[in-house]
Design a protein around this ligand. Structure first.
Ligand SMILES: C[S@@+](CC[C@H](N)C(=O)[O-])C[C@H]1O[C@@H](n2cnc3c(N)ncnc32)[C@H](O)[C@@H]1O
Length: 258
């Protein structure tokens, strides 16, 4: 057991508000591009072993499974895992997939061996001991394997509050979301996360800002522009240094020592 946020009671809202909206569409599109680039390092049709730790609805693992990779999905929320199973049953019934209900911190009790690629997406900001949790995940990464980390960027909350003139909130440094909301309990500072990754011996290969524009747009502008047009701008700027830092999330690809 952990005190980390279990999404059993948030599953419906997460499904609708994130993956049922442009937020999820943009997130998936940008991450898929990063994975396409990463996986092009392997010869075509090389099947990989991939772990999605804190998989939620399993959308990213589905994309990878549909390319013939073997995926293991883990979440401590039975409700999220049930939705992931349903997604796979509908969209990839022949996929090589295993579902495990467990906190990532005790996953070694269920999983033997190591993986070519480990995903840890939008979970670190919900766990009570982020640095130690990251360290624990290393055991699942084979030497030279890749680690895909997506984390919620605290600086993007600062920027949004600056733009809205919420100066009192900034002075009070109130960044944790309400326990019942989809804003995480522990939004993270990028410099902390990069230090943690390097401290455990991972080499950062690339960084991408995810939703560097969308979250700052007014409702009026969101209504006036198509998702495709916004996505085109996200794609254009998301890997440029100045804009990576503004992403609501930052996606880091890192590699374990050989
Ligand atoms: C914001 S969702 C992200 C889901 C998915 N990775 C994605 O990017 O769409 C966070 C997920 O992490 C799960 N989670 C949080 N703490 C966890 C832990 N210690 N072990 C396993 N899953 C955890 C929650 O139940 C939830 O499904």
């Amino acid at each position: 057991m952990t005190n980390d946020r279990n999404f059993d009671d948030l599953a419906g809202r997460f499904t609708d508000n994130i993956y049922g909206s442009p937020k999820g569409q943009i997130r998936l599109a940008i991450l898929q591009e990063d994975f396409d680039t990463l996986l092009s390092r392997y010869p075509a049709n090389t099947p990989l072993k991939i772990l999605d730790a804190g998989c939620g609805l399993g959308n990213m693992a589905l994309y990878l499974a549909q390319q013939g990779h073997e995926v293991v999905l883990c979440d401590h929320s039975a409700e999220m895992l049930q939705r992931a199973k349903q997604l796979f049953a509908e969209q990839a019934p022949a996929a090589k997939v295993t579902f495990i209900e467990s906190p990532v911190q005790t996953l070694q009790q269920h999983v033997k061996g190591q993986f070519d690629l480990v995903l840890f997406h939008a979970v670190l900001e919900w766990v009570s001991e982020p640095q130690r949790t990251l360290e624990g995940l290393l055991r699942f990464l084979r030497p030279g394997g890749y680690f895909s980390l997506l984390f919620y960027n605290r600086n993007s909350l600062v920027m949004r509050n600056l733009l809205r003139g919420n100066f009192r909130k900034l002075a009070a440094e109130q960044f944790a979301g309400d326990p019942k909301s989809l804003t995480p309990t522990n939004p993270l500072l990028p410099e902390d996360v990069y230090c943690w990754l390097e401290a455990i011996g991972l080499k950062i290969l690339s960084r991408t800002g995810v939703r560097i524009i969308y979250d700052y747009l007014s409702r009026e502008i969101r209504d006036q522009r198509s998702v495709e047009d916004i996505l085109e701008m996200e794609r254009r700027y998301c890997r440029q240094e100045a804009f990576i830092a503004l992403g609501r999330y930052i996606h880091v690809l890192a590699q374990a020592k050989v």
